[in-house]
Design a protein around this ligand. Structure first.
Ligand code: NAD
Length: 342
């Protein structure tokens, strides 16, 4: 298939592109390149790129694709809270516009990167795809709205699917240090302390970036009926863990490190345990990476790549990096690129 991957120069996209290419897909990327040079270790081999802001993409640029994998977004809660109206503009409005143009251009499959955080505060019970959606942040709210709007566009010629990914972990050449496991391993390596600011009790389902890539590859190959207008939780019950358990796994993977639960940020209402059975039964998808394996991989890559404290707290943190791009005049207040280079 000829596949457009938006956000291909992000954390997940950089892991996903080689997986799709290895399956024989011809990949074109679309990315504004905010984090293109935020690389640890050898530079990745990027596919051809549409260097355009998602908000400005044209139907002409979307012609000739069998499928769109839509990853581009302001990708976490702190970013969403920084500029809620821009989160809405990019994550919701521009995503729906992209889907509408792709449909008009004749694209059949539209794979959307949603999130398990659409379930919000779900308590102790396992939530499946039919559970009520209770988004707690502008970021999660934007994901719910896109799912609703894309579902309304589905018809015989257009099959959207919503992959509700658990929180990702694991190494990507375009690293993110602002997701929980990657962050805790970094602190363990740099400071010897696995510091948890909450009380450690919230449930956080996790999934490796490589497993997410595999899930998208499976959805490209699946019969259209299996994905048409469907939501799938992407992850594994084995990685439904509390933050305290995740911290313990990190301490066991990084020699000489120890857990410190400070509780200074109080209780975190974002807590949910997720049922991943539907993707297993209906797509044959099984997430494979354990948290311990991910922690060991990150430890090895951080050490080999010479991770520094400065890069860990700035370059690989999406919010800090975007602030830098704003302060240095690379992007304006609406996060549009005003000049090339960073
Ligand atoms: N990483 C996770 O834990 C996780 C979990 C669930 C869902 N997701 C979703 O998966 C997707 C990818 O996440 P990620 O971790 O790779 O994020 P990321 O921030 O690393 O990558 C996002 C990419 O999108 C690009 N982008 C953002 N706005 C754009 C715009 N207006 N025009 C063009 N390009 C733009 C950025 O330059 C970046 O390369 C996001 O939609 C995110 O919400 C991520």
């Amino acid at each position: 298939m000829r596949v457009l991957v938006t956000g291909h120069q992000g954390y997940l996209g950089t892991v996903m592109v080689p997986v799709l290419r290895a399956r024989g897909h011809e990949v074109v990327g679309l990315d504004t390149g905010w984090f293109a040079d935020c690389v640890l270790g050898p530079a990745p081999q990027d596919p051809p790129r549409l260097a355009v802001d998602l908000r400005d993409v044209t139907i002409g640029q979307l012609t000739g694709f069998d499928a769109v994998v839509h990853l581009a977004a302001l990708s976490n809660d702190p970013l969403g809270a920084l500029v809620p109206e821009i989160t809405h503009e990019i994550n919701h409005h521009a995503s729906v516009r992209l889907a509408r143009l792709a449909k008009e251009a004749g694209t059949r499959r539209f794979l959307y990167a949603s999130t398990c955080s659409v379930y919000g505060a779900a308590g102790e019970e396992l939530v499946d795809e039919n559970a009520p959606l209770r988004p707690l942040t502008p970021y999660a709210e934007s994901k719910v709205r896109v799912e609703d709007d894309l579902e309304a566009m589905a018809d015989a010629d257009f099959a959207p699917v919503f992959l509700r990914n658990a929180t990702a972990f694991g190494f990507s050449p375009r690293l993110r240090a602002d997701i929980v496991l990657n962050n805790l391993v970094g602190h363990a390596v740099l400071d010897g302390v696995v510091k948890v600011l909450s009380d450690g009790t919230p449930w956080r389902p996790l999934v490796h970036a490589a497993d997410i890539a595999e899930a998208f590859a499976v959805c490209l190959d699946a019969p259209v009926d299996a994905i048409h207008s469907r939501a799938y939780n992407i992850g594994t019950e084995a990685n439904n863990r509390t933050v305290a358990e995740i911290a313990q796994a990190v301490a066991e993977s990084v020699p000489g490190s120890e857990v410190l639960i400070t509780g200074e940020s109080g209780a975190d209402p974002r807590s949910y345990r997720v049922d991943f059975g539907a993707a297993r039964r209906e797509l044959g998808f099984e997430a494979r990476w354990t948290i311990a394996e991910g922690a060991a991989q990150l430890y090895a890559e951080y050490t080999a790549g010479g991770l520094t404290a400065a890069d860990f707290s700035e370059r690989f943190v999406r919010l800090a990096r975007l602030r830098q791009l704003g302060e240095s005049g690379v992007v304006d207040a609406t996060l549009r690129r005003v000049r090339v280079g960073a």
